[in-house]
Design a protein around this ligand. Structure first.
Ligand code: NAP
Ligand code: MG
Length: 501
């Protein structure tokens, strides 16, 4: 530890009113222009290559969670609509997609990737307006990563024999895919790209609060001239997802969302022979040792939990700090959250945007309240929150015990629980003390310690001296109640193929 850090360690953590951060200066507003983005007043279902009215006759509203303004209304698919979509997908599978040469399939997927890349700015704005995430995240994260997934899996379509040497692989048929609201376009890309590359056709159900980018992707798919029915998009609520999951003519279910719904889906398809992958919740541990590069680690921790308002299944929501550096880490964390800019997600300077829905805000508040009731110490940013919309300030708790709800349950908001440890063994034991096993982070100066610790952590993805880094070539997925199966990379092909000798 440097002399300066030793001095800082002795500082007391002070309360927001004493610090008055954010009042001294701020950036001038830098809002992204939205006038060239055309949001239609109403969106229909995308079935058999066409936008069709729902048999249900019902529509629901999608709002901007930062302003509560209604953006559009979207068709609600009922069982009959889902059935029509599955039939269209089956027909497309049998008539066109399974008969197409793999290199031809690749061309279509490349076409989607290029079109999406061309319209990247429009998609970033739509994602921000519909879901509340900061434009800099949608623009620099969600959209380029979605494009990269389509490019990456387009490349695999005619090379599958190299992915599984000595084996032949066949597509499964029709895939039913259900996705959440935290990364709407990215989750669609993670699901569609490998399914199509492997020769399957798809029915996709986006989340009810964030259907817009998937529906605009449907327009791209139409323009890319994919054979009708290869991709179908049915919007709606949980009931729509349930109808898709239980449809008898589906061969494969891919689901990302809550552990609770994931478990229900598993039960509902038991014994049907449907292949399945589940990407569920998480309660990731970020472990910071006394020899870690401290400022880098603080930035990584900030990125790990306040990024995307903590609406991230792999969010580093538990921080384990070695006791010798506890004071300095807490002090630095406290100072840093005061400088995070919370507000208009369309502003290019915004770090923390709006909470996705009123319902999610309620869940965050309830869990934060439980932390206070259980005696943990609350630290919050003193930022001013906008009057309209759904907002929660960057928050962390100290004095957290392993048994507290905020140390065990997924909050899915910008809330961090800070715990401490003395030895590496204790860090591993505490980090693994959760029902989840999606991701983790290790911060230390020693490469050997990274290998030792990460080999003992029960998590699907482990970052070292960094956090929340994604790449289409790298597999992602969980252990325990975080689900099973991998998305991304060569591993992400496996859930969409049948291997034959
Ligand atoms: P969720 O209910 O699991 O929703 C995920 C997707 O499943 C949505 O498209 C949802 O539709 C659909 N769905 C809901 N009930 C279904 C059912 N019975 N059968 C099939 N599909 C169904 O998650 P949520 O309500 O959006 O969020 C609840 C919690 O899940 C969050 O607080 C968070 O803890 C967790 N979560 C995890 C992730 C992740 O990436 N691991 C993502 C989002 C949420 P609707 O949108 O219409 O409900
Ligand atoms: Mg919305």
């Amino acid at each position: 530890m440097t002399t300066l850090e030793k001095k800082v360690t002795r500082l007391e953590v002070v309360e927001p009113k004493q610090l008055n951060f954010g009042k001294k200066w701020d950036y001038a507003p830098a809002p992204e222009a939205t006038d060239f983005v055309k949001i239609k007043p109403r969106y229909e279902l995308f079935i058999g290559g066409k936008f069709v009215k729902p048999k249900s006759g019902n529509y629901f509203k999608s709002i901007n969670p930062a302003t509560e303004e209604v953006l559009t209304e979207v068709a609600e698919a009922n069982e009959a609509d889902v059935d029509a979509a599955v039939r269209a997908a089956r027909n497309a599978y049998e008539k066109y997609w399974s008969k197409l040469a793999p290199a031809e399939r690749a061309k279509y997927i490349f076409r989607i990737a290029r079109q999406l890349q061309e319209k990247g700015r429009e998609f970033a704005i739509l994602e921000t307006m519909d879901g509340g995430k900061p434009i800099k995240e949608a623009r620099d994260g969600d959209i380029p990563l979605s494009v990269a997934h389509f490019f990456y899996y387009a490349g695999w379509a005619d090379k599958l024999e190299y992915a599984f040497p000595g084996r032949k692989c066949r597509p499964l048929g029709v895939a039913g895919q259900v996705i959440p609201w935290n990364f709407p376009l990215l989750m669609a890309a993670w699901k569609l790209a490998p399914a199509l590359a492997c020769g399957n056709t798809v029915v996709l159900k986006p989340a009810e609060t964030t259907p817009l980018t998937a529906l605009h992707l449907a327009q791209i798919i139409q323009e890319a001239d994919l054979p009708p029915g290869v991709v179908n998009i049915v919007t709606g609520f949980g009931k729509t997802g349930a109808a898709l999951v239980k449809h008898p003519d589906i061969n494969k279910i891919a689901f990302t969302g809550s552990t609770e719904v994931g478990k229900g889906i598993m039960k509902s398809i038991a014994g049907t022979g449907k292949k399945m992958t589940l990407e569920l919740g998480g309660k990731a541990a970020n472990i910071i040792f006394e020899d870690a590069p401290m400022d880098q680690a603080i930035e990584g921790i900030i990125n790990g939990i306040y990024f995307n308002q903590g609406h991230v299944c792999c969010a580093g929501s538990r921080l384990f700090v070695q006791e010798s550096v506890k004071d300095i880490v807490i002090r630095k964390l406290y100072d840093r959250i005061q400088t995070l800019r919370v507000g208009n997600p369309l502003d290019k300077n915004t770090d923390v945007g709006a909470i996705n829905s009123r319902e999610q805000l309620g869940k965050i508040k309830e869990l934060v309240e439980s932390g206070v009731q259980e005696g943990c110490k609350l630290h919050q940013s003193a930022c001013e929150l906008p009057k309209k919309g759904f907002w929660f300030p960057p928050t962390f708790f100290t004095g957290v015990a392993q048994s507290n709800r905020i140390a065990q349950e997924e909050i899915f908001g910008p809330v961090l629980s800070v715990l401490t440890f003395r030895t590496p063994e204790e860090a591993v034991e505490k980090a693994n003390n959760t029902a989840y096993g999606l991701s983790a982070g290790v911060w230390t100066d020693k490469g050997s310690k990274i290998f030792k610790i990460s080999s003992k952590l029960k998590a699907g993805v482990i970052w070292a001296n960094t956090y929340n880094k994604f790449d289409p070539t790298s597999p992602f997925g969980g252990y325990k109640e975080s689900g099973f199966g991998r998305e991304g990379g060569l591993h992400g092909l496996l859930p969409y193929v049948k291997l034959v000798r």
